[in-house]
Design a protein. Structure first.
Lengths: 181, 237, 578
């Protein structure tokens, strides 16, 4: 059996899920035996490759870049995994939805709260525009697996990846696998 | 008078004034609940405890349905499991339940229910309603974002404390827990600050001020103890 | 008032009416009143006084004669060859004409033409199918008698049934008569009325803890449910406005049968005219000794109070209605226990709909067999429908059970106007379903309607033509249920919001097959797990339109389906900000 082509992406989240992923410690060596990391915040690859077997998506869909990238990910990946609460529910990233739509949120952050030179930063092509409302990944594309948790504990990530490597469906049952937060 | 019935094929006996839920609890059969709390009257609102009863055309809430002789009850069919998961998902989508930043994280009946029904994601659109947090009371707080409208606080305040400070206003999705005639909690003159509502709350909606993430542990069992102790006049159990 | 006095009142009222050569009846139901019919009645009276004719012409303000789309309506009944004409009774030769769209300024012309040729400009035939195809039991006095005069009701035989019951029948005999008649609840579910009465009669008032307020002696109650809230339904309103004493009489008979001494009429506050006329009727009946203590000189006492609904649709649900009467928040509670055993303040309580109670006096007077001879095997008697929508004649109709939808829509209703095609008829309001053309020849009864996914409901009947968007119909009713959900149980409170959201998404062209699947799952959940009838029936308009008009849903789905999987674009993601 050849190595799985593995990707992970960091969208609207805090990178905590990736930190938890790194908490897998020495099991990462086992993982490295089983997969090729073809795209990740921890690897220097600029464009999302084709024919990926499994992609972990950390974070919610919060801006135009996320929106464009997530469709590419779906097209190029056999399995898309919502990785952590932000990807699964919107979580903290989506708390801005409580304030209102994009413009209101930006004003609140960059104008109302600033005393000196309040202005909303913008630079076409550099700063991606926010979408009106933050949504979980499965609100935009079909998702194959969900790993809840803020962040998901390393054991939970390992259980899912182990199953994926072995070509099985992970058993998402019980507190160990399903507790949000 | 004793009644004999079967729950999930298991034959059990119960008193005629017991509900299906009580009979099941006595027999160590777990039926999921949210709006039920030992010590308070039941309202049959959350629909988590719905069970199938042979011969009944409708699903019946175990918490308000009394046992009958020869009743055949199923509490854990595939259909019921699917309904329960849908109900929990509806709750998570309805208000802003963000476990990661919640005082009740790890001690929350809604969170536990999500685990129990196997919820790995919510199929419905999150509604993100704009709801307030009432911190006007000197000791307690109320975060409507986390409220599931189970009315346990309403009943605890009315039935155990006798104050009836808390009730529900509005209807449908706009229902809201209010204090007195919809005044800030701190200004509610009927509130005795007893804290029973906080004990009764299944989520992080009612909390002791100063609690941070995952620190709020409710003492719901104390309410059942209080009720039983008052009735039996026995306090040193 | 005892039986002799009742008969004497009836006789003297009939005599007084017989002296009039012409009876002019002006509809002052809500719809006609809104078109200034009260002013019209005043003008007619003024004109008669001017001409010195007020002695032998009577102008009577009456309830709804039914054909609301032609209102204001004026019916003129005249003596022929000097013979007596008594409103609503047999005997004497009479000639009637009906005027439509009458305005106050037509008063002079109408009076001038009394006894002569009818005014062609205003006349509408009385022998049109709208009138001739109906069978009036509940509505027999609506449009004939003055609802604000008890004498008028007594003259047409009013309160005779109550007297008969009190003096000749035991409560059990009354219950047997209702049971044998086959009468079923007209509020929607069609529960056998006699069975309900029997249960309340047998129920032990001490079986559950009670908390009856001080001052109310009764330990059983009768409630008349007049909280009619379905969009497009106004059957109960018309009966309450047009024949209020009929309801009081029905309630008193029911109270006698079940052993109650106190009753409540729960009317929505949006029906001020019905409330006013019911209040007047209660006052008159009390003064006449037909309500209150020792009715008709017997040992039976019965008092009636009115309670106003504060605008919540759910208060039409019986347990919510009782909570509201008790002064609490109008939310339902799980049944069992049923109100018949544990109802108002914990007492056994009979709750019947307005129309159900209005059927009671004629059953007592004409007999259970007479009633059972009308209708079908399992659905006896008649049903009042509020016929609305895209149909030529809209208004209130009463038809025998078992009549076909085609007869209602095309004969009585006069078909679809504007050269359009019939598409569907919606029965049962937000709890009902849409019935397509293929079932037009189906008999209208409880079972047949249920079989095609609708319900009899309280009697709203909305006709839709081929220009109707069925998804929009479903969305409209879902919005109604969402707004009217009380919020107590989760499936109804949160499920209706999500269903409405998906229906809106479909209308915006942003939904996928997956959304329809989720919608269907939600329909199943809300139907089977909601606490009360509101939630349990809320998905019906969606289920029935999906069943018969699925292609309309599918046509509106978003086009792209990639990957063999269904994408789920969310409405929330649209319009990224610049």
């Amino acid at each position: 059996m050849g190595k799985l082509r593995f990707a992970s992406v960091w969208m609207g989240g805090c990178s905590g899920c990736h930190m938890s992923f790194l908490d897998l410690d020495e099991w990462l060596f086992d993982l490295a035996e089983a997969v090729d990391v073809v795209y990740s915040p921890v690897a220097d690859v600029k464009t999302f490759p084709e024919k990926v077997d499994v992609t972990l998506v950390e974070g919610a869909i919060a801006n135009q870049d996320h929106l464009e990238l997530i469709h590419v990910i779906r097209k190029n990946s056999r399995l898309v995994v919502s990785f952590g609460d932000c990807a699964v529910t919107g979580n903290v990233t989506a708390m801005r939805n409580l304030i209102g739509e994009a413009e209101i949120v930006l004003d609140r952050a960059y104008k109302d709260a600033q005393l000196l030179r309040p202005q909303v930063p913008h630079d076409d092509g550099i700063v991606p525009p926010l979408i009106e409302r933050v949504v979980p990944v499965h609100a935009v594309i079909p998702v194959d697996l969900y790993i809840p948790g803020c962040p998901p504990p390393a054991k939970r990530i390992r259980a899912v990846l182990q199953a994926v490597i072995e070509g099985k469906s992970p058993e998402m049952i019980g507190r160990e696998m399903l507790k949000f937060g | 008078m004793p009644r004999t019935l079967t729950i999930n094929g298991q034959e059990i006996s119960a008193r005629s004034d017991q509900t299906i839920l009580e009979a099941a609890q006595d027999a160590n059969i777990r039926i999921p609940t949210l709006c039920h709390l030992d010590g308070l009257t039941d309202v049959g609102a959350c629909r988590m405890c719905l069970v199938e009863v042979a011969g009944a055309s409708k699903l019946l809430p175990a918490c308000t349905t009394r046992v009958q002789e020869g009743m055949q009850v199923q509490t854990d069919t595939e259909r019921l499991r699917a309904y329960r998961r849908q109900i929990i998902e509806l709750l998570f989508a309805e208000r802003n339940h963000i476990c990661a930043v919640c005082v009740a994280n790890g001690h929350c009946e809604l969170q536990n229910a999500g685990i129990a029904v196997g919820m790995d994601h919510v199929r419905y659109d999150y509604l993100f309603p704009k709801l307030g947090v009432d911190l006007s009371h000197e000791r307690f707080g109320m975060d409507h974002n986390r409220c599931i409208l189970c009315t346990r606080c309403v009943r605890a305040c009315d039935q155990l404390e006798g104050a009836h400070t808390i009730d529900v206003m509005g209807r449908g999705a706009h229902s809201l827990i209010v204090h007195d005639m919809n005044v800030p909690w701190g200004e509610a003159t009927t509130c005795t600050s007893c804290g029973k509502c906080v004990m009764a709350c299944p989520t992080g909606a009612l909390f002791k001020q100063g609690s941070t993430v995952a620190e709020m542990v409710h003492d719901a069992e104390k309410l059942a103890f209080l009720k039983a102790a008052r009735e039996r006049k026995v306090w040193n159990v | 008032m005892n039986l002799e006095e009742l008969n004497a009142t009836a006789a003297s009222e009939r005599l007084a009416q017989a002296k009039k050569r012409h009876h002019i009846r002006v509809c002052v139901g809500t719809a006609c009143q809104a078109l200034n019919s009260e002013q019209l009645a005043k003008e007619l009276q003024a004109e008669l006084r001017r001409r010195g004719q007020n002695g032998d012409v009577e102008v009577k303000c009456v309830g709804c004669p039914g054909l609301c789309s032609l209102g204001p309506l004026v019916e003129i009944e005249s003596q022929v060859n000097g013979q007596a004409a008594i409103a609503g009774t047999e005997g004497g030769q009479r000639k009637s004409i009906l005027y439509q769209f009458v305005k106050p300024e037509d008063a002079g012309e109408i009076v001038a033409h009394l006894g002569g040729e009818p005014i062609k400009r205003l006349e509408t035939p009385l022998d049109q199918p709208f009138f001739t195809r109906q069978t009036k039991i509940v509505l027999e006095h609506c449009g004939k008698i003055d609802p604000e005069r008890i004498e008028d009701y007594i003259a047409v035989g009013g309160y005779q049934a109550l007297m008969k019951v009190l003096t000749e029948m035991t409560p059990q005999q009354v219950i047997d008569a209702i049971t044998r008649s086959g009468l079923r609840g007209r509020g929607g579910a069609g529960f056998p009325t006699g069975l309900k009465w029997g249960t309340v009669a047998k129920a032990d008032p001490n079986a559950y803890p009670t908390s009856v307020p001080v001052g109310i002696q009764s330990r059983k109650f009768v409630i008349c449910n007049g909280d009619e809230g379905d969009p497009g339904a106004f059957m109960d309103r018309s009966v309450m406005e047009g024949d209020p004493h009929r309801i009081l009489e029905g309630m008193a008979i029911a109270a006698y049968a079940v052993g109650a001494n106190h009753g409540f009429i729960y009317v929505r506050a949006e029906y001020p005219l019905a409330v006013k006329r019911l209040r007047t009727a209660i006052r008159q009946a009390q003064r006449a000794g037909l309500l209150g203590n020792n009715i008709g000189g017997t040992a039976f006492s019965f008092n009636v109070d009115i309670r106003l609904g504060a605008g919540a649709f759910v208060c039409g649900e019986e347990t919510a209605l009782m909570a509201s009467i008790e002064g609490g928040r109008g939310v339902p509670r799980p049944r069992p226990p049923f109100p018949a055993e544990c109802g108002l303040w914990g007492c056994p309580t009979l709750i019947n709909n307005v129309e159900t109670l209005a059927n009671v006096p004629p059953i007592i007077m004409k007999g259970a067999d007479w009633f059972a001879s009308i209708g079908t095997e399992k659905s006896k008697g008649t049903k009042v429908f509020a016929l609305t929508g895209q149909v030529a004649h809209t208004g209130l109709i009463e038809v025998p059970m078992g009549i076909t939808l085609r007869e209602i829509v095309f004969d009585i209703g006069g078909g679809i106007p504007g050269g359009r095609q019939f598409k569907a008829v919606q029965t049962g309001g937000p709890s009902g379903g849409c019935i397509p053309a293929q079932f037009l020849d189906m008999p209208v009864d409880y079972e047949s309607l249920a079989k095609v996914g609708s319900i009899m409901g309280s009697g709203g009947m909305i006709v839709m033509d081929d220009s109707t968007d069925m998804v929009e119909v479903a969305r409209f009713f879902m919005e109604f249920c969402m707004d009217e959900s009380c919020g107590k149980c989760i499936p109804c409170r949160a499920g209706t919001v999500q269903m409405h959201r998906i229906l809106t998404k479909i209308q915006e062209g942003k939904a996928t097959r997956r959304d329809i699947q989720i919608l269907e799952e939600l329909c199943d959940l809300v139907k089977h797990t909601s606490l009360c009838g509101l939630g349990q029936s809320a998905p019906n308009p969606v289920i029935s339109t999906l069943r018969y008009f699925r292609d309309e849903y599918e046509k509106k789905l978003a086009a792209d389906e990639t990957n063999g999987k269904t994408p789920q674009p969310s409405a929330q993601v649209a319009n990224p900000s610049a």
